[in-house]
Design a protein around this ligand. Structure first.
Ligand code: ADP
Length: 225
């Protein structure tokens, strides 16, 4: 599903943010990426979403070779990859329903399809009954679940969750993690970055540790110290 082969990313002369990293993620895997601030985690995710291009090395996602990717193919790629961030990035003037529906409107789905699809996804993330609420009326955990609903409503193959629990208290953090597990269970590959040791240690998933632009460990059922 995801293949990085000796990928280097250098932003400036100061040195590489990532240096010759190789990583293979199978379809339907749940991978946690950990590392100190500045280790290179965001750079790795930005290479996958094509916000950044590698300085050298090969990247393949879902059979797409990034070297051959044209700018006009990027919207197609982004449909395969859903992303959620620490700060939710919801539209404050739109309701929960409208926030999720927006992701379908921009790809031209009909109102009928939207009305059919959005409630199912809100149900999946446990937000049935909150359709008409505005983001300001929700808890942080609920807002993040709206963001997840929006990220998965087009059924991406991969969901990237970049510190999704960073702004949440433990209970809400776990609500969000459980939703990610559910989405993974239904077949989406999940890449999660987090600094939360308890979450990493309890999830018992594959843990990839990045330090100084290198992958320093990659373990199934790994822990984070
Ligand atoms: P993390 O997400 O693990 O905190 P980053 O990928 O953001 O790490 O950063 C890795 C390194 O690359 C850091 O040294 C950071 O300063 C540098 N870096 C990240 N983004 C840029 C950028 N746009 N321009 C220059 N340097 C950057």
């Amino acid at each position: 599903m995801i293949l990085l082969d000796r990928v280097t990313k250098t932003y400036s002369k100061k040195g590489a943010a990532l240096e010759r990293i190789s990583l293979h993620v199978e379809p339907k895997e749940f991978v946690i990426i950990v590392g100190h601030s500045g280790a290179g985690k965001s750079t790795l995710l930005k290479l996958l979403t094509r916000e950044e291009k590698p300085t050298s090395g090969k990247i393949l996602v879902g059979g797409i070779d990034y070297e051959r990717l044209k700018d006009r193919d990027i919207p197609y790629l982004r449909r395969k990859i859903g992303v959620v961030f620490q700060d939710f990035k919801l539209l404050p003037a739109k309701t929960v329903f409208e926030n999720v529906a927006f992701a379908l409107e921009i790809v031209g789905l009909s109102n009928r399809e939207i009305k059919h699809t959005v409630p199912k996804v809100l149900d999946l993330v446990g937000l049935k009954g909150k359709e008409d609420s505005y983001p300001s009326e929700l808890s942080g955990g609920e807002r993040q679940r709206v963001a997840i609903a929006r990220a998965v409503v087009r059924q991406p193959k991969i969901l990237i969750a970049d510190e999704p629990t960073g702004n949440l208290d433990p209970k809400h953090a776990w609500d969000v993690i459980r939703v990610l597990e559910k989405i993974n269970h239904y077949g989406t590959t999940v890449l999660l970055t987090t600094h939360n040791q308890e979450i990493v240690n309890k999830l018992k998933r594959r843990v990839v540790t990045i330090d100084g632009g290198h992958i320093v460990s990659d373990k199934a059922g790994g822990s984070y110290k």
